[in-house]
Ligand binder design. Structure first.
Ligand code: ASP
Length: 331
């Protein structure tokens, strides 16, 4: 009997599904125009792999939000339960792919791999990179050594934990920092470069089911420290939130160096904390871990970028909500 593997491709949009105008002006292209089933028609399908597809969203990933994430996670959970599915591929825009990958990696409890892929050129560009990226992602999603969440682009496999978009304009737009890529895919063959990272979380993770069911995710905003940052940047938010009955649940500082804020901003963030808002500090620096200090006013986000730290804080707050609702159920 012929053995084959089945992969589900979930489409969410991005440049991989984008179209440039007939005039061929690349910069005038629109992301998220082509449905995922049509994208697959242009892919040289790896031998012995059966592919199904489902459109989950059709957005430019700059517009990614909690609602789309909840829908996507719901579908991921559903397909992972299906016994004959070997792995999941998600087509996604490059702009926020590292956030979606990180979120999925945090809540992933299945051993079935999730592979996100993307493109830097629209689907109808003469040198479109999407079809090859998609073919590589499908191969990697069926690979026995793959049990994690990763992003495939330009022949490279990046772990969700490490990936960051570092170029606005290169086909290999991503980097995995000092850890390097997890592997590469050459002529349809996977070559792993190292073992998967072992991550120890310093934040709590709610169940994936709770993440999907909860419509009002905690509101967590990012605030940068830079030369001339003002306390007003935080105080104005707080005042606006209070006068409009808006809850701010958390703030992540995109701090300088070791996750620092200037004196005025630090005072304002301390004030936010006294109001019950969780404040975490992360760093604008691309590499390195933030050292903890004895007199830390704010929780350190460790090695997570500000954007990943924001998701980590949302998950931590969701965990607290889940624990509280379980405790209420016991009363
Ligand atoms: N703006 C696009 C997106 O993130 C960029 C891309 O996919 O490369 O959806």
């Amino acid at each position: 009997m012929k053995s084959h593997k089945k992969v589900i491709i979930l489409g969410t949009g991005g440049t991989i599904a984008g179209l440039e105008p007939p005039s061929g002006e690349l910069l005038e292209y629109k992301a998220a125009q082509v449905d995922v089933a049509s994208l697959l028609q242009g892919v040289a399908m790896p031998h012995g792999i059966e592919v199904l597809s489902e459109q989950v969203a059709q957005i430019d990933s700059k517009n990614m939000n909690a609602e789309v994430w909840r829908g996507l996670i719901g579908r991921v959970l559903r397909w992972q339960k299906q016994a004959d599915i070997a792995g999941i591929v998600i087509t996604h825009g490059t702009d926020t792919i590292e956030e979606t990958a990180f979120l999925l990696a945090c809540i992933q409890s299945s051993s079935k791999p999730i592979v996100l892929t993307c493109a830097m050129l629209p689907a109808n560009a003469p040198q479109a990179d999407g079809p090859q990226n998609l073919a590589d992602a499908i191969v990697w999603a069926c690979d026995a050594s793959n049990q994690g969440v990763s992003v495939v682009c330009a022949g490279q496999i990046h772990e969700a934990w490490r990936i960051q978009k570092i170029y606005t304009d290169r086909l290999d737009a991503f980097d995995s920092g000092a850890h390097g890529v997890w592997g590469v895919i050459q002529n349809g063959q996977v070559v792993l470069k190292r073992n998967i990272s072992k991550i120890s979380f310093e934040f709590q993770i709610p169940s994936a089911q709770f993440v999907v069911q909860t419509s009002n995710w905690p509101r967590v905003w990012l605030i940068p420290n830079h030369s001339g940052s003002e306390d007003l940047q935080v105080l104005a938010w707080l005042e606006y939130a209070q006068s409009h009955a808006i809850n701010i649940d958390g703030i992540v500082l995109a701090g300088t160096g070791n996750g620092t804020a200037n004196d005025a901003l630090e005072r304002a963030l301390n004030h936010a904390q006294t109001l019950g808002i969780k404040v975490w500090r992360s760093s604008r620096c691309y590499q390195g871990v933030q050292r903890k200090q004895k007199a830390d006013a704010f929780t350190s986000a460790g090695y997570w970028s500000p954007y990943k730290a924001r998701i980590a804080l949302i998950l931590d707050l969701l965990y607290q909500l889940e624990s509280a609702s379980k405790a209420r159920a016991l009363i």
